[in-house]
Design a protein around this ligand. Structure first.
Ligand SMILES: Cc1cc2nc3c(=O)[nH]c(=O)nc-3n(C[C@H](O)[C@H](O)[C@H](O)COP(=O)(O)O)c2cc1C
Length: 179
């Protein structure tokens, strides 16, 4: 396996964090991973809000709790809020924000940290979170990404390839194709 494929397989969602702060250069390296995400026409329609202030994290946690499973926001030393401007890229803005989040999540893992994905888009929490952070009306909030040193080691699996991969035509499985 390469470093990247190993990182993809060993990354897990982390919802319990140590209090230990994350150095500023590390936060910037994570944000760089988001900046280098791919997007349709290289539109880069994203903005990232880094929240470290205790009171603001608590408010985000309260608002996220309206409709989503939100563990970790108040405890993690920081949360990155992934925002996107749909007017900059009307067809694929959700993918853009999602890829940026995924890049940052793999970066946190490769830097020895943990993170999670709190899904905010189209949830009851989206507008209240925009209010807390002063995010303009035209922007949408894809997700919150609490980041910190992991205080748990969860294990989660995936469906086997045989269950999800077809060759040449939908429904033609791996073994049938090889026969
Ligand atoms: C679009 C999306 C939304 C998610 N929303 C939440 C959420 O609101 N709360 C949460 O705790 N985890 C959330 N997750 C994390 C998933 O639950 C997690 O990725 C999945 O269970 C697989 O676990 P793993 O990432 O540890 O492999 C979300 C993940 C994605 C991709």
């Amino acid at each position: 396996m390469t470093e990247i494929t190993e990182a993809i397989q060993s990354r897990r969602t982390i919802r319990k964090f140590k209090k230990e702060p994350v150095p500023r250069e590390t936060v910037e390296e994570i944000l760089e991973a988001g900046r280098w995400a791919q997007s349709f026409n290289n539109a880069q329609p994203w903005k990232f809000v880094v929240v470290q202030e205790e009171g603001t994290k608590r408010r985000l946690s309260e608002e996220a709790g309206r409709s989503v499973y939100y563990r970790g926001i108040a405890e993690a030393p920081l949360t990155i809020v992934v925002c996107v401007d749909p007017s900059q890229e009307p067809s694929h803005w959700i993918e853009a924000g999602s890829i940026a989040h995924q890049n940052m999540s793999l970066a946190t893992h490769s830097l020895g940290l943990g993170s999670s994905w709190i899904g905010i888009l189209n949830s009851k929490a989206e507008e209240p979170i925009k209010k807390v952070l002063g995010i303009p009306k035209n922007m949408r909030v894809i997700s919150l990404m609490p980041v910190g040193f992991a205080d748990e080691k969860p294990e989660r699996g995936r469906k086997p390839l045989q269950e999800i991969v077809y060759y040449e035509r939908y429904g033609v499985g791996m073994s049938e194709d090889q026969e």
